[in-house]
Design a protein around this ligand. Structure first.
Ligand code: ZN
Ligand code: ZN
Length: 360
């Protein structure tokens, strides 16, 4: 990411301080810190002021911050909270926005107790997250690379899948392959679940071995250059019966209908409804127990949410997943998930992997 992109982001954040009647915004949540500065350390706080920003971190990150960050860096000798409080006092700041869902109670109480009398902490929830929803071309390029690495890892690992292989071993193979292909790590814990366990939407891989007749869900994502991908595909060991085929067709139709509905100006809830309407026609709507998708970027789950009650209007540049699924206890589950980017015309599906049920 270019230095000018970080400068631009901090400038955008700072430009809305006045309308919120704030003197500064304090950012400590690490994806937001990384978004605004490029800093990837685990301990930092950024004070965004109208005309500049100051990053506070500890001596472990002195060299790293010098390399990653273009704004002013202050290395705190003691706890960061002391350095932040001292700067607030020195600069005479009165109203300081903070991230209520992101700051620990401990940090909040400690900071409040150290502030000058006239200074106050004001909740400023979701501010940077809202800026992060619309991705720059540079960010979309990174998401695209992450998606491509993930799909290549899937192809390489699934080529080795055999009856008798353990869920855990396929998960390990998927993660090894994505690392070999350039990912830093998986963007979340890889899901491989076979047979009746595929009905658990967030199953963890076990030592269970694949057997003929198993439906297997593989939900995986790579983290590459800080950006996430997310994909779900289904495998079947043997030849599927009518019930599996019908449910698979229903989910694939629902997924395509939801993708068709993605365009700028569309409410997130409408996309969710498009998927649910198809599943209803198959009598499977009650088996769809989660929302249709989520935004992704620096985090695997970030706004907007593509759910029943989400009113966010999509904008070109948003990166989201489309992942309807049906889960039938004692039978199994089916989910198909792609990563897509909203364009000025509609959307582009980044995931190159075939949506066919993979027979093994
Ligand atoms: Zn997923
Ligand atoms: Zn997902």
């Amino acid at each position: 990411m270019s230095d000018s992109e970080f400068d631009r982001r901090r400038h955008t954040a700072a430009s809305s301080l006045a309308e919120r009647k704030l003197d500064a915004l304090l950012v400590s949540f690490s994806p937001n810190l990384r978004y605004l500065t490029g800093f990837t350390g685990s301990n930092g706080s950024l004070l965004v002021l109208p005309d500049r920003s100051i990053l506070f971190t500890d001596p472990r990150y002195q060299i790293q911050a010098g390399q990653e960050v273009t704004c002013q860096v202050k290395i705190a000798k003691g706890p960061l909270v002391d350095a932040v409080a001292a700067a607030i006092a020195r600069l005479g700041l009165r109203r300081i926005g903070y991230e209520p869902a992101r700051m620990s109670c401990d940090f909040f109480q400690s900071l409040q107790s150290k502030l000058p009398m006239k200074a106050s902490l004001e909740p400023a929830a979701g501010w940077i997250e809202a800026l992060r929803m619309v991705k720059s071309p540079e960010e979309i390029a990174r998401i695209r690379r992450s998606v491509e690495t993930n799909s290549r890892a899937f192809e390489q690992a699934v080529a080795r899948a055999r009856p008798g292989m353990k869920e855990q071993d396929l998960a390990a193979e998927l993660e090894y392959r994505m690392r070999r292909l350039g990912a830093e790590k998986p963007s979340f814990e890889t899901i491989v679940a076979a047979g009746v366990r595929s009905a658990l939407p967030h199953a963890q891989p076990t030592a269970a071995r694949f057997a003929t007749g198993d439906l297997v869900v593989v939900d995986m994502g790579a983290l590459e250059d800080g950006y996430c991908s997310d994909m779900t595909r289904m495998l079947f060991f043997g030849s599927p019966g009518a019930k599996v085929k019908r449910a698979y067709r229903a989910v694939r139709e629902a997924q395509l209908a939801a993708i068709d509905a993605v365009r700028p100006g569309q409410a997130a809830a409408r996309i969710d409804r498009a998927a649910r309407t198809v599943l209803k026609a198959y009598g499977l709507d009650r088996a769809f127990v989660h929302s249709t998708g989520h935004g992704l970027g620096l985090e695997i789950h970030e706004p907007p949410r593509i759910g029943k009650r989400d009113k966010t209007r999509l904008e070109a540049g948003m990166a989201i997943t489309i992942e309807p699924g049906v889960y039938l206890e004692g039978f199994g589950g089916i989910r198909i998930e792609d990563t897509v980017v909203v364009t000025t015309q509609g959307c582009e599906i980044l995931t190159p992997t075939s949506k066919e049920l993979r027979l093994i």
